[in-house]
Design a protein around this ligand. Structure first.
Ligand code: 3PG
Length: 395
């Protein structure tokens, strides 16, 4: 159920779960992406004459009222983005919250203090969920990036009130469906990042669904090592070699073509502008050599594979993109994917942790079909796990 299904909202109170778990330094928001993501839902509800009470968590206070984890610093940047005043309530339940909501005019907005100041939030305590629900007339979940948590404000509350997906939740689910649920084929996945061990479930799920899967970043070294390729002193999980071989066998059995690097960029130190050289996979490396990026032949193969695909799902960079020149492969592949997406010939969806920074670094986030701001939720979705916050909206 989406906001299209929510009728006669004037004068009603919407409890809107947003994800304002934003980067903050010295009490100042340093990246307002997640605030911007919440604007369409807030604005739509305001336009419909509803009162808007925002529920959110910040950081992990573990049920304690930790002053440095207050959501108060979010008020000012949110007011600026919204062009309207935002009240703040010192608690998300009880008299502070009740009074702040009562005093709102139609279309008014209040941000309630960090729901995780109550241990009952993460415990998904039904009594706490009911107390949250008592504050409003209906519930809107616009926090896809927190939907992998079965907490009171993301899951429990949906059982106590009419519940709807907000605008950005809906966009996110539509994009994910286009990428993996019901994609145009052939589908290619790019999975990078440092470790195989953190992405095991994800790789196992993807090889069963994709036509091609490109593996990059530090985790590719583990696969290369498992194939007997000399990786010198590169980062790798050598004890995961058997697991890597199992994934390769599974990919073969399921008809998913694995694309591992056929060459790479090697250096002895990870620092900007460090002397580096391209090396073909299989050549001898010294113990000081570290593989820090995919090489030009690998990039050419990836560009070709992207051109031959209709859908891309991307998680994780191909090299140490934060330290140029080891960003070259990630940037080249990102630019090609974005150009195809812009031309309307590739549905290109990316997300999860470093991926957003990598796509921003390549300057292509706006041209991708969709870039998810979710971290853990995006990964769990790629692992094929049900997301409690989404399931609760479907119940
Ligand atoms: C995130 O930042 O990924 C979400 O807000 C979830 O935060 P959490 O990992 O602390 O639950």
């Amino acid at each position: 159920r989406t906001l299209d299904d929510a009728k006669d909202l004037a004068g009603k109170t919407a409890l809107v779960r947003v994800d304002f778990n934003v980067p903050m330094e010295d009490g100042k928001v340093t990246d307002d992406t997640r605030l911007r993501v919440a604007l369409p839902t807030i604005q739509r509800l305001r336009d419909a004459g509803a009162k808007v009470a925002l529920l959110a968590h910040f950081d992990r206070p573990k049920g304690q009222r930790v002053p440095s984890m207050s959501l108060k610093p979010v008020v000012l940047p949110l007011e600026e983005l919204l062009g309207a005043p935002v009240r703040f309530a010192d608690d998300c339940i009880g008299p502070d919250a009740v009074d702040a909501i009562r005093d709102l005019d139609a279309g008014g907005v209040v941000l309630l203090e960090n729901v995780r100041f109550h241990a009952a939030e993460e415990a998904n305590d039904p009594v706490f969920a009911q107390k949250l629900a008592d504050l409003g007339d209906f519930y809107v979940n616009d926090a896809f990036s927190a939907a992998h948590r079965a907490h009171a404000s993301t899951e429990g509350i949906a059982h106590h009130l009419p519940a709807y997906a907000g605008e950005s939740m809906r966009r996110e689910l539509d994009a994910l469906d286009a990428a993996l649920g019901n994609p145009q084929k052939p589908v290619i996945g790019i999975v990078g990042g440092a470790k195989v061990s953190t992405k095991l479930d994800l790789l196992k799920n993807l090889v069963g669904q994709l036509d091609r899967l490109a593996i990059g970043g530090g985790m590719a070294n583990t696969f290369l090592f498992a194939q007997g390729v000399d990786i010198g002193g590169s980062l790798a999980e050598r004890d995961m070699a058997d697991t890597a071989r199992e994934i390769m066998a599974e990919a073969e059995a399921r008809g998913c073509k694995l694309l591992l690097p056929v060459d790479f960029v090697v250096a002895t130190e990870v620092k900007p502008g460090a002397a580096s050289r391209p090396v073909v996979a299989g050549a001898d490396l010294s113990a000081d050599d570290k593989i820090l990026d995919a090489g030009p032949a690998t990039v050419a193969r990836l560009l070709e594979a992207l051109t031959a695909s209709k859908t891309l799902i991307w998680n994780g960079p191909l090299g140490v993109f934060e330290v140029p020149p080891f960003d070259a492969a990630t940037v080249a592949v990102a630019r090609h994917a974005a150009a195809l997406a812009k031309a309307g010939v590739l549905v290109a969806v990316g997300g999860g942790g470093d991926t957003v920074s990598a796509l921003n670094h390549a300057g292509v986030s706006d041209d991708m079909t969709f870039v998810s701001t979710a971290g853990g939720a995006f990964l769990e979705w790629m692992e094929g796990k049900p997301l409690p916050g989404v399931e609760a909206l479907q119940a």
